[in-house]
Design a protein around this ligand. Structure first.
Ligand code: ZN
Length: 435
């Protein structure tokens, strides 16, 4: 067993339900056995009760739960920074040419490593990852994620129309390749499979039927919806009979409590009601929405309708893998919306970066906060001495104020340690423990 001691902050509650301050919790120490938290409290109390256990002291900064990214494209890690285009142009000119390169398995292996190491360096320990159009590239991602112990849900991206031809497959091939990947990777350790049509724009009804067949295997589902007005109009033209964009998935039984839809910047009330009714979640991707000019996310309408929301970095359209940056951008967007926006407190931002994502992925029984019984997936944010964040933390009036400074100023350079199920993946290890 190991005692971790420091400023430990999490959100076991839900700040969107009641007083946000009530959702926040603090501790001085956690006792971890075999990667699982088995006690929390003050350092003095845990030290007295467990005098012989090694202690890892985490002086300065704060320890928070590992971040959860609910929408991020692994084949796009080398394609960040394509500014100046709306969604459909950006896909054609920036994202999809890069995604085609993953047909080469050696290339895909390098990209998978760069991507997963990037997640770790950003403190992200769980993610719903938008996969590749190539099955061999998915093998590379899953194998590399397993090596690193990351909590990864992902799947082969399916498309049978409109995109460049090398990214298309037939529904029959999609079924065969996906079935094989599910057999080999779903529910293997911390890995899970997600059926992933790119979006209904590039998936025929026949392909969406294949998705429904695959979803019956008890796996997950993710796709895009209502990201950009030109995309919404194009989808309406392709599915003349449907009530709205979400219904292109709903008609095939793909809107479920195991479904996570990215963006939803332009939802109708009927779509919000359908998401809530089926318990599906939405991944809000703030820097991507701003970079592509997609729009300002109507967070209040989601919350008021009872739709679960979490954060996604949406790399490569998003501006990097660091989830606190997405939380800050979410705050900015809500502020810009004026009376129609929601006033997000620092507690909301921590919740959105951690537990909200765990809930959207139904991983909240395992990760997302530091309650006893959960996996010790943790990030130690400790700024370099003399940095502007260090100066600000020194002058913070309390935990909530300190969180505000962290979300305003922290970058991946402040990630001083990452633990996955109690194993140090970066930063201080047991050998440095102060007994
Ligand atoms: Zn996306």
């Amino acid at each position: 067993m190991t005692i971790y001691a420091g400023t430990i902050v999490d959100t076991p509650g839900d700040p969107f339900d009641g007083d946000p301050a009530d959702a926040l919790a603090e501790a001085g120490a956690l006792l971890v056995r075999d990667g699982v938290i088995c006690a929390r409290g003050s350092f003095a109390a845990l030290r007295t009760e467990y005098p012989d256990e090694p202690v890892i002291q985490l002086p300065g900064g704060m320890l928070v739960p590992g971040f959860v990214d609910t929408h991020v494209h692994f084949p796009q890690i080398r394609a960040i920074g394509g500014l100046g285009m709306p969604l459909l142009d950006w896909l054609e000119r920036c994202a999809l040419p890069e995604e085609s390169k993953l047909a080469d398995q050696v290339y895909a292996r390098e990209v998978a490593s760069e991507f997963l190491d990037g997640l770790l360096a950003s403190g992200t320990t769980s993610a719903l990852v938008f996969g590749s159009h190539f099955a061999a590239a998915m093998d590379e991602l899953f194998a590399a994620a397993e090596q690193r112990g990351l909590n990864i849900t992902s799947g082969l991206v399916l498309s049978d129309r409109i995109l460049r031809p090398d990214l298309l497959q037939s529904p029959q091939a999609a079924l065969a390749d996906s079935t094989d990947l599910i057999d080999r990777w779903h529910d293997r350790g911390r890995l899970r499979y997600a059926v992933t049509p790119r979006f209904s724009l590039s998936a025929s009804n026949e392909m969406l039927d294949v998705c429904a067949q695959l979803l019956d295997r008890g796996v997950w589902f993710t796709s895009h919806v209502n990201e950009n007005l030109a995309e919404v109009a194009a989808v309406a033209g392709l599915f003349p009979g449907v009530r709205h964009y979400l219904d292109t998935y709903g008609q095939h039984g793909l809107v479920t409590k195991r479904s996570v839809f990215a963006h939803n910047v332009h939802p109708s009330d009927a779509e919000l009601a359908m998401l809530a009714e089926h318990g599906a979640s939405v991944s809000h991707c703030p820097t991507s929405n701003c970079a592509l000019g997609s729009g300002l996310f109507p967070l209040r309408r989601h919350v008021e309708r009872g739709v679960g929301i979490a954060l996604g970095s949406d790399v490569g359209a998003g501006a990097g893998l660091f989830i606190p940056k997405e939380a800050l951008q979410a705050y900015f967007i809500q502020h810009l919306l004026g009376p129609g926006g929601m006033n997000l407190t620092p507690v909301h931002l921590l919740y959105l970066a951690t537990r909200a994502g765990a809930r959207a992925l139904s991983l909240d029984d395992r990760v997302g906060d530091f309650s006893v019984g959960k996996d010790f997936d943790a990030v130690w944010l400790r700024p370099a001495a003399g940095s502007t964040l260090a100066v600000n933390l020194k002058h913070a009036s309390g935990t909530t104020d300190a969180l505000a400074r962290v979300f305003s100023l922290a970058t991946p350079a402040d990630v001083a340690g990452v633990w996955i199920r109690g194993v140090a993946r970066q930063g201080p290890s047991l050998s440095q423990a102060a007994r």
